[in-house]
Design a protein. Sequence first.
Length: 209
Amino acid sequence: MRLMKKHGFTLIELLVVIAIIAVLMGILMPSLRAARDQAKRIHCVSNCKTLSLGWTMYAEANDNKIVDGHTNTGSSWVDRADASMTIEQKMQTIRDGKLYSYVGEEINVYRCPADNRLQDSAFNTFRSFSIAGGANGESNMDSTVKSTTLLDIKRPGEKYVFLEDIDPRGYNIGSWIMRFNPIGWIDPLAMWHNERSTIGFADGHAEMH
């Protein structure tokens, strides 16, 4: 019986294989990125929902009084951070806040997985979310209505409490406020999810818009 000669791939065959792999990667990579982004979105909405539920639980446990939405009063949902603090110190301001025990003492719910500011030494921060000024938070000259109890909030499923805040100073200061007359930004709203942002509402649910 005559044995067949063994031979390796020719250069052209190798190039064809490499080209096929490159085409497949080009097809698969966008799908993989989309799946990864979708997972981050789901995780972010879940974190925001946990914060919103903790916020309502705090009020229900304190005669319907809403936790202080500011960050420097000594009785706030989180304590005030400072730009000079380390990440661990900034995380400690969260643990020292009044809301921490109502979210299962889980520090990661305060962070959006798509928030990449930890990788930027100039703006390194841990907390991604802020409380809206109208939810017993920071007042400004354009805002005249501020709720201090759950009873003050009509149609809570339509009233936002938590927002993704991308304060450029390296930590989210105070509460999240915007100008109403004329309408305009004061605090920037983060868009970490393909031009979408996660919002938590006063009835304990969260959505992406």
